[in-house]
Write a protein that binds this ligand. Structure first.
Ligand SMILES: CC(C)(COP(=O)(O)OP(=O)(O)OC[C@H]1O[C@@H](n2cnc3c(N)ncnc32)[C@H](O)[C@@H]1OP(=O)(O)O)[C@@H](O)C(=O)NCCC(=O)NCCS
Length: 297
């Protein structure tokens, strides 16, 4: 039994439940079979929604409304066709929802009365899509209402737990993802397991200063995140690769990219990682050490 901090007590509220907005054919077998030690969601009643039904239009529109506002600042809100073509049809779309009749007034005001037409109101979103190699998934979207509300009303950990729920429920073992180097979301993404870099500079992306990461999902890292403890054994398993990356410096990202390509494209050198704790506790945008596995050196 793992204890989450008191600040995450909203998770015990029966009027807040995880939703799973996934085509019947894409529903998952044996939820939680991979991360057996995680007991955080076992008492939740998962709201199964069917994206092919017209009845769900209001719920889907509300997800996009909250997501659109959360991403407004970064200029990357998700168009409806991306939500449908890349999320609802191939992948899993999940998050937490509040029973609309019980929504506190301040949330009703933030979201807007005119949008509150459905029995449940989505507050967060995590989308993951399976990769062609079947073993890996890609994290396609993460957002939470916390980014839109004042600190005193926030649901602590909602972003982290939305992604955690989706990974746990769907038995995802290896997850790739794309994030901008200066996004605060990195504080979360780097803490689901060992955080390997696949790209550091990604010119084909609309935002070239995007990293691509790959993560072996590990529940121990999730516990450390909430306990605010150092990840165990990092120093025994990883050593500094001998250089740092400066997320604010394009040349530094390109230098790291050449090192990554040396490994990934030319099959030389070693895989490179960031240290979860440096991202979690450091300032976003500050230079970071780059690591490699000790057994690979
Ligand atoms: C990124 C996002 C999903 C995080 O969700 P959240 O519900 O706010 O975050 P959580 O409550 O799970 O955060 C847990 C930790 O991350 C920290 N964190 C979250 N957002 C942060 C921010 N903008 N700046 C600094 N730290 C942040 C929290 O302070 C907390 O750390 P603490 O324990 O040290 O206090 C949310 O802010 C969001 O929707 N952002 C806009 C969309 C976006 O950028 N998505 C990510 C795309 S890759």
């Amino acid at each position: 039994m793992t204890v989450l901090p008191e600040k995450t007590n909203w998770l015990n509220n029966p009027d807040i439940q995880p939703y799973f907005f996934v085509r019947k054919e894409n529903r998952r077998n044996e939820p939680g079979a991979y991360l057996k030690d995680c007991d955080w969601f076992k008492d939740k009643e998962v709201l199964q929604r069917e994206p092919l039904s017209m009845k769900e239009e209001g719920f889907a529109r509300l997800i996009m409304e909250v997501e659109g506002r959360a991403f407004q600042q970064s200029g990357m809100p998700m168009p409806g066709w991306v939500f449908y073509d890349c999320g609802l049809i191939p992948g899993i779309v999940t998050g937490f929802a509040y029973r609309t009749s019980k929504l506190p007034t301040h949330l009703r005001e933030v979201i807007g009365e005119k949008f509150l037409t459905t029995e449940w109101t989505p507050l967060s979103l995590f989308i993951a899509i399976p990769c062609a190699n079947r073993r890996e998934w890609v994290a396609h979207n993460l957002s939470s209402i916390n980014s839109l509300i004042p600190k005193e009303h926030r649901f602590y950990g909602m972003g982290f737990l939305s992604k955690a729920f989706g990974l746990w429920y769907s038995n995802i073992e290896v997850l790739c993802g794309m994030t901008q180097w200066e996004s605060p979301a990195l504080k979360l993404h780097a803490n689901y397991g060992d955080f390997e870099l696949l790209t550091a500079y990604t010119p084909v992306h609309s935002h070239p200063r995007t990293m691509t990461y790959k993560c072996q999902i590990n529940f121990k890292s999730w516990e450390k995140f909430f306990l605010r403890e150092e990840n165990e054994n990092f120093e025994n398993r990883f050593k500094e690769a001998g250089f740092k990356v400066n997320p604010k410096d394009r040349e530094s990202l390109i230098y790291l990219q050449t090192k990554l390509e040396y490994h990934r494209v030319e099959n030389q050198g070693s895989a490179l990682f960031l240290k979860p704790d440096e991202l979690r506790y450091g300032e976003i945008g500050d230079p970071l050490n780059v690591y490699q596995r000790i057994e690979e050196s």
